[in-house]
Design a protein around this ligand. Structure first.
Ligand code: NAD
Ligand code: GLY
Length: 374
């Protein structure tokens, strides 16, 4: 079973990746001496699929629990849902000895983590991610947040989980669209750190027809663990994004967040917006840095092989995207910290990208992408 350790002093934890790991959540909770009662937070799609397995594991470890289910989708990741779940938890008798279990994709993980960070001024939580997006990215690193009308992820906290339990067999029930969008974050990891991974992702892209098959799932624990390793080392170096290192993980996200928030939440999925944001970021990397057109093509062709969008839908309001992009947290004192690639595996933070550059790179996204042999 691959296990990745995240070393953050008193906030250190482990990420366990193995097929069938869902059965071990109760065991890990006991091992960490989590006392009190568990509040399982999940969404309306994941609950009928995986809650009973998780509950059995908690019962085997003699935990009491309550179950809190909200309607699936990014449109639920808001303060209204947070308040209603917190009210339910109080009614169910949860106090500061309780702990939260986030069972689901990135929406569940971000919101349940945020609830754990504020409930009784902070209680422990466990991440049990069930999408590719959440398994390779959002469950690790302690960023929790919800969206507000003014923009995405604008209310949140750093709150590290006590343990992350990843069961790749849960990915068998994902729709191809959700698999593909999650793999956008793997492409980001490959772009900022590890060159060999793009080819592996291209191979998997050919295996996502109707969803993942059992034979693909067999190979996933190792690949997921490598992605977690990439993120872990960055989080260890710059836990709260103060030193221009964790910012590397934002490659493609600055414009991506603006695009995602410019349409009703859920219309363009997070990973789809990241794919578009990556095309913009690579365009600016080729313009202002040393990224070769061969490397730019290799990354874009991988996104294309995953059938992720590289061209904006016609109804997008470009001005709205720019306004929302400028509201992003990555803007500091009027200057944007924009992540560029100098080469595959070599990201850099650039603070001289102008509004005109953003407009130019968005205009590129109105043009069709054609994949070339490289
Ligand atoms: P999601 O949580 O909405 O999940 C996508 C869909 O898949 C939902 O309908 C969900 O119900 C369903 N689903 C989840 N697991 C399933 C399973 N095993 N089988 C069948 N259906 C399943 O979205 P996501 O793509 O997982 O995450 C996107 C969110 O993650 C965004 O809000 C984004 O901002 C956030 N995010 C956070 C970080 C971070 O560092 N905190 C990093 C990346 C993304
Ligand atoms: N997903 C970006 C980060 O965790 O920093």
């Amino acid at each position: 079973m691959p296990t990745v350790s995240i070393s953050l002093g008193a906030r250190s934890y482990q990420v366990h990746v193995s097929n069938g790991a869902l059965d071990t959540v109760g065991y890990h909770s006991k091992k960490l001496r989590l006392g009190g009662k568990a509040a399982i937070i999940t969404d309306s799609n994941v609950c009928p699929l995986y809650a009973s397995k998780l509950i059995h594991s908690l019962e085997d470890a003699e935990y009491e629990y309550s179950l809190h289910v909200f309607e699936a989708g990014e449109q639920s990741k808001n303060l209204h849902t947070v308040e209603s779940i917190i009210n339910e938890m109080v009614q169910q008798g949860h106090d500061r000895t309780s702990f939260v279990i986030a069972l689901g994709g990135g929406v569940v993980g971000d919101m349940a983590g945020f609830i754990a960070s504020v409930y009784y001024r902070g209680i422990p939580f466990i991440q049990v991610p069930t999408t590719i997006m959440a398994q390779v990215d959002s469950s690790v690193g302690g960023k929790t947040a919800v969206d507000i009308a003014a923009g995405k992820n604008l209310v949140g906290a750093f709150h590290q989980p006590k343990v992350v339990v990843i069961d790749p067999t849960t990915l068998l029930t994902l729709s191809p669209r959700v698999i593909r969008e999650g793999m956008a974050e793997m492409v980001k990891h490959a772009a900022i750190s590890e060159q060999g991974m793009l080819r592996e992702i291209q191979k998997i892209a050919t295996e996502i027809d109707l969803g993942f098959s059992l034979s693909t799932i067999d190979h996933l624990p190792e690949l997921i663990a490598r992605n977690v390793e990439i993120k872990a080392r960055i989080v260890e170096a710059d836990e709260q994004e103060m030193q221009n290192i964790r910012a590397f993980l934002n490659l493609g996200h600055t414009i991506g967040h603006g695009i995602e928030a410019s349409v009703p939440y859920g219309e363009i999925l997070h990973g789809e917006a990241v794919s578009l944001g990556l095309r913009s970021a690579l365009y600016l990397s080729a313009k202002y840095s040393d990224l070769s057109s061969r490397e730019e093509r290799e990354i874009l062709n991988t996104l294309h092989a995953l059938e992720l969008p590289l061209q904006l839908p016609p109804n997008i309001d470009l001005e709205k995207v720019i306004t929302l992009t400028k509201r992003d947290k990555k803007f500091a004192a009027g200057t944007i910290k924009f992540v560029l690639l100098q080469a595959l595996g070599t990201p850099m933070v650039c603070d001289t990208i102008t509004e005109e550059d953003l407009i130019e790179s968005l205009t590129i996204l109105t043009q069709p992408f054609t994949s070339n042999i490289y």
